[in-house]
Structures are given as structure tokens and as C-alpha cells.
Design a protein around this ligand. Structure first.
Ligand SMILES: [Zn+2]
Ligand SMILES: [Zn+2]
Length: 264
């Protein structure tokens, strides 16, 4: 069986991506309550107890809310870089030392045939990073919570079979919206989140001949809509000479409903 995955939940109310191989199963983040995480696992027909571990991206609550509860209840190993551990420690309650693992930024860890690669992003957390999964010649790249996408990040995620890609906001909706100016500034900055257009421009440089699916993720509840994100991304991709629906397709993610568990 090939590597499979589901975006369990995505957005500012909580994020979690599930990835499994024949031998292992991991979560990228667990940003919803323990109860909500259990419901999401039920919906994809999997057990939290079977996880090999949870990979943490950064210490924002929409990424770590459920981590303490799940680690303690199911005795799950938690992986994060040391800087993230230093700030997360006070936020998720006591975690037994034997469940705390280090995952350095810009490093690779192997679990059987699965290789997990971490890479830094540009976001207002202490040392935010995301992950690329490699197994059996397939590649899954998860990247959200970044203010821009550097050439280095593009190199790491390039030509993935599947992307879970941030498409956070529509710039006009954000500008016209009700958020205080300081919050708008933060989101629009280089350490905030990427807009639909900026996401699409970066996508146009990393989509390769292997790329089949792109999941638009971490959509702002107030400053974006699924239809708008999909339209804006496809239009920008088209302007860059890439036709959605030919070699690859765009997919939605949802804050509450998992995407169908499917092969990478
Ligand atoms: Zn987030
Ligand atoms: Zn964040």
C-alpha cells in the first residue's frame, strides 16, 4: 500500500494532517481539542492509539491545542525542534520525558521506509517549520503558516505528488474587513500568512510532472472562501501557463471535515 493521508482539519480554528504508511502513522499538528481529534479520527476510520507520533510545526494554539491531552492519554511521542519545545512546554501541560523527541529544523528522520524532512518557514513563531514525507518514490509536502515562500522552501517541496498548501486570504477581503490594522499588518507581513495569489505564484514554480493534487489549506474564516480561493488560485496558475484540471487538480480542505483518506 502506498502512503495515504487526510487533511483532518484546516484553518485558524485548528489544524491536523494525518499521514500513514504500511508501518507508521503520523500527525502533523493536533490543533483541536482531544475530543474533536478523536471525532476526526473516527471519521477516517483510524485510531489515535495507532499513531507513531505527532510532528509539531510551531507553538500557535491552532496547531498544538490537543497535543498535551493526546500525548498523555495515548502515550504518543511528540516531535518538535528544541526552540519550539522551549516555548511549548509551558502551554501543553506536563509531557513525560520519554515522549519528548527532538526534530531539528532542516533535517531528515527515517521511520522504516518513510523519510520525514523538516524545513523552516517564515512565520511569527519561535522556529516554525513544516514537513515533507517521502516513501516509495512518492512525496507529500505540507506547507501552511508562512508569510512568503522562499526559493529554499520551493526547492524542498518541489514536484511533490500531493501538496497541502496554504491559501490563507484574499488580500482585498482582508484589507476591507473588520480586523484591526495591526492584525491586518501581521497577516500581510513576511511572517504572517500567504494570500491566494502569492500561494498560486509559488505553486506555479513547484508544480512538477509528478504533481497530481493540491489541497488549499488554512483558509481564513473571515478573509477568504473556498470558491474564491479556488478561483483565484486557478486563475493565477492559468496566467502562469498551468491549467488546473489537466495534469493536476485543486481540492478544498475544511475546518471540521476530514478530506477522504487517499493515496499520495
Ligand atoms: Zn495556523
Ligand atoms: Zn501559526
Amino acid at each position: 500500500m502506498a502512503m495515504q493521508f487526510s487533511v483532518l482539519a484546516s484553518g485558524s480554528t485548528g489544524n491536523a494532517v494525518y499521514v500513514e504508511t504500511d508501518e507508521h502513522a503520523f500527525l502533523v499538528d493536533a490543533g483541536l481539542s482531544g475530543k474533536q481529534m478523536e471525532l476526526l479520527f473516527q471519521q477516517i476510520g483510524r485510531n489515535i492509539a495507532d499513531l507513531s507520533g505527532i510532528l509539531v510545526t510551531h507553538e500557535h494554539s491552532d496547531h498544538i491545542k490537543g497535543i498535551g491531552v493526546l500525548a498523555r492519554k495515548y502515550k504518543l511521542p511528540i516531535y518538535a525542534n528544541n526552540k519550539t519545545w522551549s516555548v511549548m512546554d509551558g502551554m501543553i501541560g506536563e509531557i513525560p520525558t520519554d515522549l519528548k523527541f527532538s526534530f531539528d529544523m532542516e533535517s531528515v528522520q527515517s521511520f522504516g521506509h518513510l523519510q520525514i524532512e523538516s524545513f523552516g518557514v517564515s512565520h511569527d513563531a519561535i522556529q516554525p517549520m513544516f514537513y515533507v514525507f517521502h516513501e516509495g518514490g512518492k512525496k507529500l509536502a505540507v506547507i501552511t503558516d508562512t508569510g512568503y515562500i522562499s526559493d529554499r522552501m520551493k526547492g524542498t517541496i518541489s514536484n511533490a505528488n500531493v501538496f497541502v498548501f496554504e491559501s490563507n486570504h484574499d488580500v482585498e477581503m482582508l484589507r476591507m474587513g473588520r480586523y484591526p490594522w495591526s492584525v491586518k499588518q501581521r497577516i500581510l507581513s513576511d511572517i504572517g500568512h500567504v494570500s491566494n495569489e502569492d500561494a498560486a505564484l509559488a505553486m506555479s514554480e513547484v508544480i512538477g510532472d509528478q504533481t497530481k493534487r493540491i489541497y488549499l489549506a488554512h483558509l481564513s474564516k473571515d478573509n477568504n472562501m473556498k470558491e474564491l480561493a479556488r478561483m483565484a488560485v486557478s486563475q493565477t496558475l492559468q496566467e502562469q501557463g498551468l491549467a488546473v484540471g489537466e495534469a493536476f487538480e485543486l481540492y478544498d480542505t475544511d475546518p471540521k471535515t476530514p478530506t477522504i483518506l487517499s493515496a499520495v
